[in-house]
Unconditional design. Sequence first.
Length: 94
Amino acid sequence: MKNMILQIKKYNIASHPDQNNAIVWFDSKGWTDKYPLHRAAMVGDIDGIKLVLSSGRAVNEKMSLFQSSMALDWACAFKHFECIIALIEGGVDT
């Protein structure tokens, strides 16, 4: 899986232009503290992902307030390939 993701990354697919608006929207909902793993995945913060996971937070935690999404969903949507790898290494269900 990791090799496949790295192969996809070489195509340098651009992120969607509305992603900054999505981050502002996420923050405006007050979800930054409630879902720190999702926020880290959304903004591409690999160190943040590792920190949150090391604190015991569940890698497969679902956002009950938004479509039961997981951090992996956000990392994929924002094309943060290194975060996807970090979540896979952290044991996320794929």
